[in-house]
Design a protein around this ligand. Structure first.
Ligand SMILES: Nc1ncnc2c1ncn2[C@@H]1O[C@H](COP(=O)(O)OP(=O)(O)OP(=O)(O)O)[C@@H](O)[C@H]1O
Ligand SMILES: [Mg+2]
Length: 261
């Protein structure tokens, strides 16, 4: 089994964070081609972990590997890495900085050096998939939160990455858009893509994910299939997951809906 990412004993501190390390001895191996749900309480380190995946953050100690290769932090390596690893931020305002939606979606492909026609094609295609074609000429700052999240996702899709790392992508989206985003993710997965999705929805863990990573206080306390997690009574008890595992998420009622395509 090939690993798309491996983190080996990663430590990371924020300069203004006086309560200890955000990641402290963070180790995990993530299999390629899976739909990976990342769960953990607020502040457990999900976003910090994701920001290491495309080299935006660099470990204080320890190492990150992408497809077996240790990350380097020079411009050339990072540019290559970011073509392959698309990150949708938890807060789309941190991701979107161009004047219009079209420019925002096209920014990445343009930076890849693609010609204008190809960029236009990719923008149209990604906008259609994310149902934002009608917003293309709008200024990005004047969109709703959910619309911004869809623009951010379209910008990542337009890069055609191998890995999509999405930080709580669903939380600001209406239930109709959520379903269509799951279809987009399914398509992406069917074409061989690996997905990392940070989520607070246990329905997503149980019905969508093929692999789940559980974080607690800056460490990984479990990595495996959802069934293996359920069978692991010590992790289930110690993380408190056993108390909420059966909690139904009203926006995700049916297993079948995750696999609709
Ligand atoms: N910019 C920052 N400056 C200082 N500390 C930070 C910063 N961002 C996060 N932290 C701290 O790092 C730890 C991990 O935070 P992180 O944002 O990775 O958690 P999370 O699991 O994504 O949480 P959430 O579910 O709320 O999104 C927390 O203790 C948090 O307070
Ligand atoms: Mg977060």
């Amino acid at each position: 089994m090939t690993n798309i990412f491996e983190f080996r004993d990663v430590h990371f501190d924020y300069p203004e964070h006086d309560g200890g390390s955000a990641l402290s001895g963070f180790s995990v191996s993530l299999p390629q081609g899976e739909k990976i749900a990342v769960v953990g309480r607020n502040g457990s380190g999900k976003s910090t972990f994701f920001l290491h995946c495309n080299g935006l953050y660099r470990p204080k100690s320890g190492q990150v590997f992408f497809k077996g290769e240790p990350l380097a932090y020079d411009r050339k390596f990072l540019q290559r890495l970011r073509q392959q690893v698309g990150l949708v931020f938890q807060n789309p305002d941190e991701q979107l900085f161009n004047a219009s939606v079209t420019q925002d979606i096209g920014f990445g492909p343009l930076n890849l050096g693609l010609d204008e026609g190809e960029v236009r094609h990719r923008v149209q295609e990604a906008a259609k998939a994310c149902e934002i074609t009608h917003l293309l000429e709008r200024p990005t700052h004047a969109l709703s939160g959910g619309e911004k999240a869809r623009v951010a996702l379209a910008g990542v899709l337009a890069m055609r990455p191998q890995v999509m790392v999405a930080d709580e992508l669903m939380s600001s989206l209406d239930p109709w858009v959520r379903l269509s985003i799951f279809e987009i993710l399914q398509n992406f997965h069917d074409q061989g893509g690996t997905i990392l999705l940070a989520t607070h929805s246990l329905s997503v863990v149980r019905y969508w994910a093929s692999y789940v990573v559980v974080l607690e206080a800056g460490r990984v306390v479990f990595g495996g299939t959802p069934q293996a997690l359920l069978n692991n009574s010590s992790v289930m008890t110690e993380t408190g997951l056993s108390k909420i595992w059966w909690k139904v998420d009203p926006d995700f009622p049916e297993k079948a809906e995750f696999n609709a395509s």
